[in-house]
Design a protein around this ligand. Structure first.
Ligand code: EPU
Length: 451
């Protein structure tokens, strides 16, 4: 209903400003979530620093609390997790259904309590989020796995190390099997394992708790079971996906942006593609600088597991390519439905044709403002990038997705010179021509989110 549409909170972006400056990269969502789940393994308090303040973290904290753990937040992105009072091994559907990564609690619950009951993840807008590889891994370790009333139940008197080859290098399956194996008898080998930096961070966290994980970062990981794991203080690695989004914000606006605090090797696939497009990339120490170039060239990319081009930067890179001089092809190999956002970019004037798993992106002279809706986290990032480069004032809905993954997004972009604010309410009136209807332009009520 359109009158309600106008009442929703949106990001309002005045496009066309060159972004310049530097940003400290916050902690990585995709490391923080499995590490929070892995805290279940610790007999003692876990203190995590650099935990991003995003709603996915809130959901994972609520899942841990629903199991009986105590989770305390301290200022500055620190979480204190005490799992000594865990009394349940059944994660509630109402929370699990909000977060696919919640299935990460299964491995640690199985390892520590011999039983995990987690509703089967239903999938999301990106496509079905299967967990068959997680379950095959649990079974190989000796667990019995059943599906009852929509929940997966994994149970075992004890687990025994096994040699497991994944059909594909699934991030979640590598993590869950690694966690399940931490207290198994003997040694587990995971072959064709995911090599993502977040998988490595999880392995480092397990080792800090007293576990014995080796080979992370390569495609063969070994886990030697230990009797118990202890509480620990640990700092989450920086978020390469946020960093990549900021670099693209610099590039798409023809600006000059530096991200600080992360290993440039986390971003090689992106920075290679940016260089190929004509942007100037300088990596040194723990920072990466990108200077955009208005005459950007088309680039063909194929998403693939790390160290390949990350699927989680694909939508943002497509936004960038939509202003290149020529035609690029972008092939998505990780998720079945990761081009759902393309119709929203098209509403801003982008010329993108999707054929199966490939998007053909023909660069246009300029993007124009529109009222658009983010269908998922990274698509939200892409729409913000497009809006930063577009003429006029773009309104982006679907903030609940952006808030799942991007900490202080608009605040950070504003420090780089963007005109971006969170807004709601209802004036003045602006025509939405494509639908022949009228909506009300938001009045800015909350320039920045409270921290
Ligand atoms: N898959 C299977 N069977 C399995 C597991 C996965 O078929 O048992 C399929 C999935 O359906 C999907 C593909 O394999 O099509 C990749 O899945 P993977 O397990 O690698 O991904 P994930 O663990 O579910 C994590 C990130 C995603 C990121 C992917 C790929 C977290 C919390 N999530 O998901 O992040 O896109 O790896 O790198 O780590 C995001 O941050 O926006 C996001 C979606």
């Amino acid at each position: 209903m359109d009158h309600l549409d106008g009442l929703r909170t949106r990001l309002v972006v005045d496009g066309g400003r060159r972004l310049e400056g530097s940003v400290e990269v916050p902690g990585a969502k995709n490391a923080a979530l499995p590490i929070m789940a892995a805290a279940i393994l610790a007999e003692g308090e876990v203190v995590l620093h650099a935990v991003p303040r995003i709603t996915d973290v809130d959901v994972m904290a609520s899942i841990l609390e629903s199991l009986g753990a105590r989770v305390r937040e301290q200022p500055g992105g620190t979480l204190v997790i005490d799992t000594s009072s865990i009394a349940s091994h059944a994660a509630p559907y109402a929370l699990v259904s909000k977060l696919n990564a919640s299935f990460d609690v299964a491995g640690p619950l199985l390892a520590r309590f011999g039983r995990a009951q987690v509703p089967q993840p239903g999938g999301c807008v990106l496509g079905p989020r299967a967990v068959d590889l997680h379950l095959k891994g649990f079974e190989a370790l000796g667990a019995a796995v059943t599906l009852e009333h929509g929940s997966i139940i994994a149970s075992a008197e004890s687990l025994t190390g096994a040699d497991i080859t994944l059909d594909r290098p699934s991030v979640g399956a590598t993590e869950n099997i690694m966690l399940a194996a931490t207290r198994a008898k003997g040694t587990t080998t995971i072959r064709n394992a995911a090599r993502e930096p977040e998988v490595c961070d999880l392995a480092e966290f397990v080792n800090a708790m007293g576990g014995r994980v080796r080979g992370h970062g390569s495609s063969t990981i070994t886990i030697e079971g230990v009797r118990k794991l202890r509480g620990v203080e640990y700092t989450i690695i920086p978020d390469r996906l946020m960093a990549g989004t900021y670099l693209l914000a610099g590039a798409i606006t023809g600006g000059d942006v530096t991200v600080k605090g992360l290993d440039p090797a986390f971003l090689t696939a992106l920075t290679d593609a940016l260089s190929a497009s004509g942007a100037q990339v300088t990596a040194s120490g723990v920072s990466v600088r990108v200077q955009g170039n208005a005459a950007r060239k088309p680039v063909d990319i194929v998403t693939s597991p790390f160290p390949g081009f990350p699927t989680d930067l694909q939508p943002q890179f497509v936004a960038y390519l939509s202003l290149a001089h020529g035609t690029s092809t972008v092939e998505e190999t990780i998720f079945d439905a990761r081009f759902v956002y393309v119709s929203e970019l098209a509403r801003m004037g982008a010329d993108i044709r999707v054929a199966g798993r490939t998007a053909i992106v023909t660069g246009v002279e300029r993007l124009k403002d529109a009222v658009v809706e983010a269908p998922d986290i990274r698509a939200g990032g892409a729409l913000v990038l497009a809006a930063l480069a577009a003429e006029g004032t773009t309104q982006i809905g679907g903030l609940e997705f952006i808030d799942r993954g991007y900490e202080f997004f608009e605040e950070q972009l504003a420090t780089l010179g963007a005109s971006i604010a969170r807004a709601s309410a209802v004036e003045p009136v602006m025509p939405r021509q494509d639908l022949g209807e009228t909506i009300r332009m938001p009045r800015i009520v909350t320039p920045f989110r409270a921290s």
